[in-house]
Design a protein around this ligand. Structure first.
Ligand code: FE2
Ligand code: FE2
Length: 486
């Protein structure tokens, strides 16, 4: 057997050239750090500044010469020069972490240097990088690009830390979808068992609720976005899951502990369990209910208490869930149903679930509601109509959670683009400026999945790039909101 033909060994061993890159890379980082400090501390004419800029330019050029190209990339806690990870040790710790923090703050994931980079390019870049700023990194990234361009600096090609962020986002979306699907399935099983009078698997439901709580504590947007998938055929189940998601997200805003959120989530998921004791025909009846049928329907709160007696687990008594099932239609002023015989105060869990319940019910197309309200209309009505009987403080927290234009609202922008509200703006003062997904251009050409835009983004003169002018009915445009959240 003959040995496979070998190509000639490289003139310098791989490990050797790797070590060289590492050494030269470290020197570049030191020079960069020195230049940053000099630019920050002294006026431009100062000899120390000129020398430091000369150093960093020289280091960069010699690296470009030997490697043909030079890319500095930030990944997690590491800096890479092309494919080589620089070693972090005690004597370079300060310079490394300072640089990483600066780049991260400016939304920079990588810098590729042009071959003709000059001292004056470094001066402008490093000054801009250190200018005081409070903006979000992605906004700063765009500003930095614009400023470099207007200063005529083209030696740096910058990219945002896209890969990892996208990956995380995708993973979160996948996890959210799984959690949602499992929750609907478990709720369907549970309610069907109750309807059949069979024993229910409470353990499975508990796991599902814990999954929802964990996911919301970890990343809220993906799961809240899925509530827009209100499924007509599985209304009772998806509704229960949606109310659970909204209640837990709201409870989190109100500062409940994780254990309290588990309890709240269980109670929310079970709030309509009494409907499994109402004849199926009534739940899906297309035309209005008769007086007698309505009486049957309005019995679901206390039927829910009975159902919970039936399915209670071996050790724990679902007391809180019973209270919520019983009180969720009672209204703050007790004008709802069942009508209590004595004065009483609704429990805080019931108040939370009542708000989540009204919101989801009113925004869903249902059998006895031919046109669903837009989420924004529902928000407005819940806030302004005192007969809704909602707790004003909890409602305020709910508006903070969903924004003035809740997730899933179709909106028209002042650019005449069409967009779907994707997430509430993390900046608290920007409740009417959510993150949106632009799905149609000003001419009405639809695009899927569309691109995200932050309505809090401003132009250099301080005016907003885009503003919502009105909400629209997705049906009119033949748009299925849920399509943009999967
Ligand atoms: Fe209900
Ligand atoms: Fe409900």
């Amino acid at each position: 057997m003959t040995a496979p033909a070998r190509s000639a060994p490289p003139t310098s061993g791989d490990s050797n050239s790797d070590a060289q890159v590492r050494r030269a890379g470290r020197q570049l980082i030191f020079a960069l750090y020195g230049a940053l400090r000099a630019v920050k501390l002294y006026p431009v004419e100062n000899a120390a500044v000129q020398k430091a800029l000369g150093d960093v330019t020289g280091q960069a050029r010699s690296l470009i010469e030997s490697l043909r190209e030079l890319e500095l990339r930030m990944s997690g806690e590491f800096i890479f020069v092309n494919q080589t990870r620089l070693r972090l040790d005690l004597d370079n710790f300060a310079s490394f972490s300072h640089l990483l923090a600066l780049f991260r703050g400016a939304g920079i994931g990588s810098i590729t240097l042009g071959p003709n980079v000059e001292s004056k390019d470094w001066l402008i870049f490093l000054s801009l990088l250190q200018a005081p700023a409070s903006d979000d990194p992605s906004i700063r990234f765009d500003q930095l690009q614009e400023k470099l361009a207007s200063a005529g600096v083209s030696a740096f090609h910058l990219t945002p830390p896209a890969d990892q962020a996208d990956d995380d986002l995708e993973k979160n979306k996948e996890r959210a979808k799984r959690t949602y699907a499992q929750s609907v399935a478990a709720t369907r099983d549970l309610m069907t068992s109750v309807r059949m009078g069979a024993g229910a698997n409470i353990k499975k439901v508990k796991r599902v609720v814990q999954g929802i709580v964990d996911q919301i504590l970890n990343e809220e947007t993906s799961l809240v976005g899925l509530t827009t998938l209100r499924d007509y055929d599985e209304y009772t189940f998806t509704h229960s899951v949606n109310v659970c998601i909204f209640s837990v997200a709201l409870g989190k805003r109100l500062g409940l502990t994780k254990l309290q959120l588990y309890d709240l989530g269980m109670a929310a998921l079970f709030h309509d369990i009494g409907k499994s004791r109402v004849p199926q025909g009534l739940l899906t009846k297309a035309d209005g209910l008769t007086e007698a049928e309505w009486v049957q329907m309005a019995a679901h709160p206390w039927l829910g208490v009975f159902a919970l007696f039936q399915i209670r687990g071996a050790q724990e008594f679902p007391y809180r869930s019973m209270v919520v099932a019983y009180e969720h239609h009672m209204k703050l002023d007790l004008t709802g149903y069942p009508r209590p015989t004595h004065a009483r105060q609704m429990g805080v869990f019931s108040k939370i679930v009542a708000i989540a319940d009204s919101f989801d019910a009113a925004t869903t197309r249902r059998v006895y509601q031919t046109v669903p309200w837009s989420p924004a209309e529902v928000m407005r009505e819940m806030r302004d109509n005192p007969r809704r009987g909602m707790d004003p403080v909890i409602l305020k927290a709910f508006v903070n959670l969903t924004g003035v234009f809740p997730v899933g609202t179709l909106v028209v922008l002042d650019t005449f683009e069409l967009a779907i509200v994707h997430a509430v703006n993390p900046i608290a003062e920007m409740l009417s400026r959510p993150i949106v997904r632009i799905i149609a251009d000003p001419l009405g050409n639809l695009s899927h999945p569309g691109v995200l835009a932050d309505l809090a983004d401003r132009a250099a003169d301080g005016t907003f790039h885009r503003t919502i002018i009105k909400t629209e009915d997705p049906q009119r445009y033949g748009i299925r909101i849920g399509d943009y959240f999967v």
